[in-house]
Design a protein around this ligand. Structure first.
Ligand code: ATP
Length: 322
């Protein structure tokens, strides 16, 4: 394989740039040509493919977002769109593709490889950490630190004014962010999509906590945990217990900013591993990490198998909120 390409797809995540840099430099170190595809699969369809040199990825390891830009592409969801993408790769002489993104991006990569024989390798880049087969995804650690810092700041106000704060964090249908920042931020309750919760129980735990002498409370809510989101929950809690509840939706600020050391190291490790694996003839897999170090899992597993939240952490958080 003489020529590789790399793209970022789906939501951006801090550390994607570090992964791009690792892919480009490992390929060049191995004497290969490497191209960047701009704007994800849409760029692949549009032929937005440009060769990258070692210097073109200088000074990006510390930057959030993605220098290759990202996009969501409806045309790539169709066989015609993917045929055009495969044709563009052939025209540029690209023989292998590395896709940095979430599970949707991996579905697209898998379809491209099945239909057109393009060797693909995935690198998990999403703050939500909702991808099976890797303990962590690129961007997760940075998002945790940003959200925890935000909760610390809110707690100052909550404590000064005896207030109840509801803090909604990202994660869509996965509670990994909420669980970790809830524990790290000392939340009184953590509401996750994975755990059915009864609003009456939440309200009575708040009332009991006040009776035990707690004057302020932080409740962390994952964005997919409650229909209608934190605003709806706020109204219900206020109606049920009569307290004034403040709501803070952290939103996209959790996705921006400079990646943490841990995310940069993870991204460098996975970018390097993806290129090495592709050159060794592996394909149709995602490069991830677990206790064994770097691992490769079939792309289909990444979306068809469910990644569990850390139930032990959930128990610990409940005990420590006493
Ligand atoms: P994030 O976790 O940040 O949302 P993601 O990779 O899951 O990232 P998606 O928007 O789901 O983000 O997917 C990115 C792109 O991948 C889509 O815009 C589409 O072009 C392509 N894609 C997603 N699902 C499929 C599919 N089933 N078949 C082909 N292509 C797909």
């Amino acid at each position: 394989m003489r020529h590789l390409a790399v793209l970022t797809s789906g939501g951006d995540a801090p550390g994607m740039n570090a992964a791009i840099r690792a892919v480009v430099r490992t390929a060049i170190y191995r004497g290969r040509t490497v191209s960047g595809v701009y704007r994800g699969y849409q760029g692949l369809i549009n032929g937005d493919i440009h060769e990258l040199g070692a210097r073109s990825v200088a000074n990006i390891i510390q930057r959030g977002g993605t220098m290759l830009r990202s996009a969501r592409s409806m045309p790539f969801m169709t066989p015609e769109g993917r045929a055009q993408a495969a044709e563009n790769l052939r025209r540029h002489g690209v023989e292998g593709l590395i896709v940095i993104g979430g599970d949707g991006s991996f579905r697209g990569a898998h379809a491209l490889s099945q239909e057109h024989g393009v060797p693909v390798i995935g690198i998990p880049g999403t703050i939500d950490n909702d991808i099976y087969g890797t303990d962590v995804t690129i961007g997760f650690n940075t998002a945790l630190n940003i959200a925890t810092e935000a909760i610390d700041r809110l707690r100052d106000t909550a404590a000064s004014h005896d207030r109840l704060f509801l803090v909604e964090v990202m994660g869509r249908h996965a509670g990994h962010i909420a669980l970790n920042v809830g524990l790290a931020g000392g939340a009184e309750a953590i509401l996750l999509p994975e755990v059915p919760h009864d609003l009456d129980e939440v309200v009575s735990s708040i009332v009991e906590a006040q009776a035990r002498g707690k004057s302020s409370s932080i409740i962390v809510v994952a964005e997919g945990a409650y229909e209608g989101g934190a605003m709806h929950l706020k109204e219900k809690i206020e109606a049920a217990c009569g307290y004034e509840v403040r709501t803070s939706i952290l939103g996209h600020m959790q996705r921006g900013g400079s990646p943490t050391t841990r995310d940069r190291v993870l991204a460098s490790r996975l970018g390097y591993a993806a290129v090495e694996a592709l050159l060794e003839g592996q394909q149709g897999v995602m490069a991830g990490v677990d206790k064994r170090g770097t691992v490769f899992v079939p792309l289909e597993d990444t979306w068809s198998k469910q990644k569990e939240i850390d139930w032990q952490l959930f128990e610990i958080a409940k005990v420590l909120a006493v």
